[in-house]
Design a protein around this ligand. Structure first.
Ligand SMILES: Cc1cc2nc3c(=O)[nH]c(=O)nc-3n(C[C@H](O)[C@H](O)[C@H](O)COP(=O)(O)OP(=O)(O)OC[C@H]3O[C@@H](n4cnc5c(N)ncnc54)[C@H](O)[C@@H]3O)c2cc1C
Length: 284
């Protein structure tokens, strides 16, 4: 973990209200693993704001220079608004890489990634890192075509043979109409492992899939279909409000089936079936 004053190389609004920022950070670019995050001091706010590492130039660009990382962030409040207004050449106070990221079991061949909205941020890094050795399918759910990951065509081009991008939009403007979780069952037989990042409702829908008992009005077969998810280990990135970011303040402690855990230090990646959803307060 390093605290650095890092120079912004670029800051572009790539989708409405969503910025892609590249930052010079050689040590973090070399050390970061998919699912890990950094924190940024945003203006005068005491609490640093956490952002997943979205890409490392050392993995993704030929002109990687000394090493940059990218964050992909949505403007949701004052901190992210401040960050969105920063210009190329300005310096930001950054800490990272933090937390524990996604893990891929040595025997796994087929990886299924499920992103809800801005949840694409850490999963794109996993694609960059793992697609040379694994078959990967990325389901990205968004409200409309304009909110879909803008670099999806580049991800496809990088490893065309091994990577499949499945867009799903709520208004049906591109891909299947509906939610990312609607198409998830189609890939359960194929997937060895599942990785997800998105809103809590998406995780709850996925957690429901762990319960094989039929829901009201559902045939027995449907419940069994949903229960297939239980057989695939599923890792999710939990984005609760974080205090210090490195385990000192206990502000992000959650109760899991494996006891009390700090999201910033033990996570943010957890096994989906370890989370006790009734007890997680994603946002106060
Ligand atoms: C480990 C981790 C990784 C993250 N990675 C990313 C990322 O890659 N890209 C990205 O856009 N965001 C990410 N987030 C969320 C991001 O940190 C928050 O959006 C940001 O801190 C908001 O700061 P703000 O000052 O703009 O908003 P605030 O003024 O602090 O809050 C404004 C509103 O934003 C919403 N909000 C703020 N923080 C969160 C949060 N953590 N979870 C859910 N809702 C929130 C709430 O509705 C809140 O009322 C991540 C969070 C965590 C914990």
């Amino acid at each position: 973990m390093k605290q650095i004053l890092a120079t912004i190389s670029s800051n572009v609004e790539v989708m409405p209200g969503i910025h892609l920022m590249w930052i010079e950070a050689p040590d973090i670019a070399a050390a970061a693993q998919p699912g890990q995050f950094i924190t940024v001091r945003c203006g005068d706010f005491t609490l640093r704001r956490p952002f997943s590492v979205h890409q490392s130039s050392l993995l993704t660009r030929e002109d990687s220079g000394e090493g940059e990382i990218a964050i992909l962030f949505k403007v949701t409040g004052k901190g992210t608004l401040w960050l969105s207004q920063r210009q190329e050449g300005e310096k930001i106070d950054m800490l990272g890489p933090l937390g524990k990221g996604f893990t891929v079991a040595p025997k796994s061949r087929n990886l299924l990634l499920v992103a809800g909205g801005i949840g694409i941020a850490p999963l794109a890094f996993l694609v960059q890192q793992a697609s040379s050795q694994h078959q990967m399918t990325l389901i990205h759910g968004a409200s409309t075509a304009a909110q879909l990951y803008p670099k999806s065509y580049e991800l496809t081009a990088i490893s065309y043979q091994r990577f499949q991008f499945v867009p799903v939009t709520q208004d049906g403007s591109i891909g299947q109409k509906g939610m990312a979780t609607d198409v998830l069952p189609d890939f359960l037989d194929w997937a060895d492992q599942i990785y997800a990042c998105g809103p809590v409702d998406m995780y709850k829908a996925m957690a429901l899939s762990l319960d094989p008992s039929p829901l009201k009005g559902e045939g027995k077969g449907e419940g069994e279909k949903r229960s297939k998810l239980k057989l695939r280990k599923c890792q999710v990135s939990l984005e609760v409000r974080i205090g210090c970011g490195f385990g000192a303040c206990y502000g992000c402690t959650i109760n899991t089936r494996k006891g009390l855990k700090q999201v910033c230090r033990d996570g943010p990646v957890f096994e989906l079936d370890d989370i006790i959803w009734q007890e997680v307060r994603i946002w106060p």
